[in-house]
Design a protein. Structure first.
Length: 172
């Protein structure tokens, strides 16, 4: 019975879940269920680890993915400079991130994960993956769910690129 309820919430009745809101129309039940599910999943992911808050995880993961400048981390995560600065300060104090100057520009600082930062990131991501994998096994099509979730990062990058192209000042 639970599988039927899950499948009903996941199944798209019109096949237009993502395009229905793009045209300014009211979101359908599937889109609303997706938003609510993502909100619940974000809390579950945060509870997956006692080592990092979800906000700290996002910044640590961005730095681990190659975002060496705080400005880029902020832009890619849609965070303001004060938030990024406070988070980076906290991660540096914990020994998870290091700062180093970039060339002759003493204002520019490169961010890098320390060995401990990489170890924490690895542990936290393993715990989060276990939670998502468990949810996937409870869905009608786990592999398809995992694939669809993996598309969200690229979709976010695309949305950021469009916003930046429309408003170059937002890239700073």
């Amino acid at each position: 019975m639970a599988d039927v309820a899950v499948e009903k919430r996941i199944r798209t009745t019109t096949g237009e879940a993502s395009s229905r809101t793009a045209g300014g129309r009211e979101p359908d039940e599937t889109a609303i269920a997706a938003v609510r599910g993502l909100a619940r999943v974000s809390r579950m992911l945060e509870k997956a680890s006692t080592e990092l808050s979800l906000a700290n995880y996002r910044v640590l993961a961005a730095i681990g993915s190659g975002d060496e400048r705080a400005s880029r981390v902020g832009r890619n995560l849609a965070l303001g400079k004060p938030t990024v600065s406070a988070t980076v300060d906290s991660l540096c104090q914990r020994g998870l991130v290091s700062r180093s100057s970039v060339g002759d520009d003493h204002r520019a600082v490169a961010l890098k994960l320390t060995a401990e930062g990489q170890a924490v990131l690895d542990r936290v991501e393993r715990a989060m993956v276990e939670r998502i994998a468990d949810l996937a096994t409870r869905s009608p099509d786990g592999p398809r769910l995992m694939e669809a979730l993996s598309w969200l990062g690229a979709a976010m990058d695309d949305a950021l690129a469009h916003r930046t192209a429309a408003d170059p000042a937002s890239a700073r």
